[in-house]
Design a protein around this ligand. Structure first.
Ligand code: DP6
Length: 333
């Protein structure tokens, strides 16, 4: 099955606009147990399941509108040049939804998070776009189907169709129709995520390329599926019991193990900057002094702190520029 077949089977190929445009928002998400490695690159089928928490008010809002002729993409108020990776990837996704080759789309997208800085903007971006397409074409799809459509744009986008704790089931079918995300019932009102921005520059290696090289070239990747199986269980239970230290330990260890597989690939990928390592060391020093704080990291130099509402102020002394997110604060959405 290719992407087009998946879209066809979900939407029935209904590409007649039901409204002048479609608008939707989706939150960014940070994985506590990472998606790292694909079993099918064409339709973004993962090797393992993964689990994330959505970032509340931080994410993407997108409006999509059919136009005659070439696509137009406006990102945060500025037109995106056609020859960028961003525009090429987006056009390939839009290709899945054209009535005919002459039909274009105007996509106006606004991120409240830095694009491509390891803060998961492709996740909220493709989720918002899939949701906006659903509005434009009046498909009335359910979240499971929307999660699959978002996944075709970017794997982690499958999880951004929900707020809260989200598990993306790897699935086992070749058509990927059993590979979608689901909302977990639990909430955790006092949980806080702190975004420590080391760099907001465009990253040099994409998660897509790094995970491909890791799967192909890293001996350590062989142990990744069993690590995930264990971590998913621990994290699910920690969420159910609201056991913060258990959650933090498993999430931090999972992130470091993911990075270890990438470092052990050839060519190696090290996403860390010296400032990233300094931030990790600060977290470890805080913990040695009894502060319950952990971190996770994606395919970029930025660090995301995990802590609890009551410790936010003390942690801020060490990380003055941290931006706190309350994932379960509905008033901030
Ligand atoms: C490290 O979803 O960006 O953030 O499916 O190729 O678009 P593609 O990859 P992407 O990978 C995200 C990897 C990660 C971990 C995670 O979010 O689970």
């Amino acid at each position: 099955m290719n992407k087009q077949d998946v879209v066809q089977s979900i939407t029935g190929g209904q590409f007649e606009a039901a409204a002048a445009n479609g608008t939707a928002s989706a939150p960014a998400n940070i994985a506590l147990c990472k998606y790292w490695g694909k079993r099918n690159e064409e339709i973004n089928l993962p090797v393992t399941s993964s689990l994330s928490v959505s970032l509340g008010h931080l994410g993407t809002t997108t409006t999509v509108e059919p136009v005659a002729g070439a696509d137009e993409v406006i990102l945060n108020g500025l037109p995106v040049p056609e020859d960028t990776t961003f525009a090429r990837r987006l056009r390939a996704y839009l290709d899945l939804f054209r009535r005919d080759a002459k039909q274009g789309f105007k996509v106006i997208t606004h991120n409240t998070i830095p694009t491509a800085a390891g803060l998961a903007s492709s996740a909220s971006g493709y989720a918002a776009l899939a949701l906006a397409m659903n509005e434009l074409f009046g498909w009335d799809l359910d979240r499971r189907e929307l999660s699959i459509l978002a996944r075709l744009g970017s794997g982690s986008a499958s999880r951004s169709v929900y707020h809260g704790f989200v598990q993306w089931h790897a699935g086992s079918q070749d058509d990927g129709l059993d590979s979608f995300a689901e909302l977990l019932p639990e909430t955790w009102p006092d949980l806080r995520m702190g975004l420590v921005k080391i760099s907001t520059m465009e990253k040099t290696v994409s998660s897509r390329d790094a995970m491909r090289e890791t799967v192909a070239e890293s001996v350590l990747y062989r142990s990744w599926p069993s690590q995930v199986e264990r971590d998913l269980q621990i994290i699910r239970q920690a969420i159910a019991e609201q056991a913060f230290d258990t959650l933090g330990r498993a999430a931090e260890n999972n992130a470091l193990a993911m990075h270890a597989t990438a470092i052990a690939a050839w060519p190696p990928t090290l996403f860390w900057w010296p400032e990233s390592v300094k931030a990790m060391q600060k977290v470890w020093a805080l913990r040695a002094n009894g502060m319950p704080v952990y971190f996770t990291m994606d395919a970029g130099p930025n660090i995301k702190l995990l802590s609890d509402k009551q410790n936010v102020r003390a942690i801020q002394n060490e990380f003055p520029d941290v931006e706190w997110v309350a994932p379960f604060d509905e008033s901030a959405r």
